[in-house]
Design a protein around this ligand. Structure first.
Ligand SMILES: Nc1ncnc2c1ncn2[C@@H]1O[C@H](COP(=O)(O)OP(=O)(O)OP(=O)(O)O)[C@@H](O)[C@H]1O
Length: 303
């Protein structure tokens, strides 16, 4: 394995305002790395530093082992980049713009472009100016993936996509991953990061607060689970289960918060007749809260 992205003390201040600070991180070839953080955390700033659209105040970054400041043209040639906000030529048709990019980059298989357009139900013959936000996002995805780059840098790629198209996008990510290519993508949606990534970095207030593989993050995640039973359940029946807190009994229903494995709970509820079960996805905020509760105090003062 070789390092595809390296950051060392990477720091960007906008005047006195902190963008990101002290980012040190290595992403290896073949990783699908999720860069997770709430709005304003510094995700876009990091991506813009990697592509040399802005320059660091301190520290450095390398992509493919090349310094981002000295070799930005070479780096960008080998990267598929989806910006958070696309600036496009509104008067062109989508296929004209894609042909233009294909000619600039060279080596693009047009049949693959057509395949992507079909998969995303994207009509390339329409003018870009007429597109909805979702269609513009599809166009952004197609241009990022069309030349099969060895590194994809994607800024909130699923924003504006409907759920079906999101699923298609996740399949595309899986394919790129199976081919051993590398993806760095920012998101504020934990379930999608869980779905497609191998590792995740959590950024908050401009700083990288944790880097974990997905399995570890899942262990920390909180989940609210509700069971409805055919018969009333005795109060206290599930009070002493491992990993469970905040148990609420209400006649036929029981709700609780779970952190970590659900297996002991499933075994315990199985002695009653379960009519329904609802598991609420954890919000990123809850994951952060769970994270901060287990972080040494001096590190959480800024949280
Ligand atoms: N051009 C700029 N001038 C001044 N401050 C900026 C500029 N760009 C970003 N910032 C600030 O830097 C911080 C990080 O912003 P950034 O856009 O990188 O966050 P983000 O995680 O990508 O958020 P979002 O999900 O909202 O895009 C924020 O506090 C933001 O206000």
């Amino acid at each position: 394995m070789s390092a595809i992205i390296q950051m060392q003390d990477l720091t960007k201040y906008y005047g006195k305002h902190r963008g990101v600070e002290g980012l040190t991180l290595t992403i290896e070839e073949g990783e699908v790395f999720g860069y997770l953080g709430p709005n304003g955390a510094g995700k876009t700033t990091t991506i813009r530093l990697l592509l040399d659209f802005i320059r660091p105040t301190r520290g450095w970054a390398k992509v493919f082992g090349l310094d981002t400041r000295e070799h930005s043209i070479e780096i960008r040639r080998q990267v598929g980049y989806l910006p958070g906000e696309l600036a496009l030529y509104e008067n062109l048709r989508a296929d004209q713009l894609l042909r233009f990019f294909a000619n600039l980059r060279g080596g693009v298989d047009w049949a693959y472009v057509e395949e992507l357009a079909e998969r995303f139900q994207f009509d390339m013959s329409r003018k870009i100016g007429q597109f909805s936000r979702g269609n513009k996002q599809k166009l952004g995805i197609i241009q990022a993936f069309m030349h099969k780059p060895k590194l994809l840098i994607l800024d909130e790629p699923t924003s504006g996509l409907d759920p079906l198209m999101q699923q298609e996008f996740y399949r595309l990510i899986d394919e790129v991953r199976a081919e051993g290519r590398t993806i760095f993508f920012s998101s504020h949606i934990l379930p999608e990061v869980e779905r497609v990534c191998t590792r995740v970095g959590i950024i908050r207030d401009g700083q990288l607060v944790d880097v974990q593989d997905i399995a570890t993050l899942k262990q920390r995640a909180l989940r609210r689970i509700e069971f409805r039973f055919a018969e009333p359940v005795p109060h206290g029946a599930f009070d002493n289960l491992p990993n469970v807190t905040n148990v609420e009994y209400n006649s036929h229903t029981v709700r609780f918060t779970v952190q970590g494995q659900v297996d002991p709970i499933i075994k315990a509820v199985a002695s009653y007749t379960v009519e329904d079960v609802v598991s609420h996805e954890v919000s990123l905020e809850e994951v952060f809260m769970a994270y901060y509760r287990t972080t040494p105090e001096k590190e959480v003062q800024h949280a």
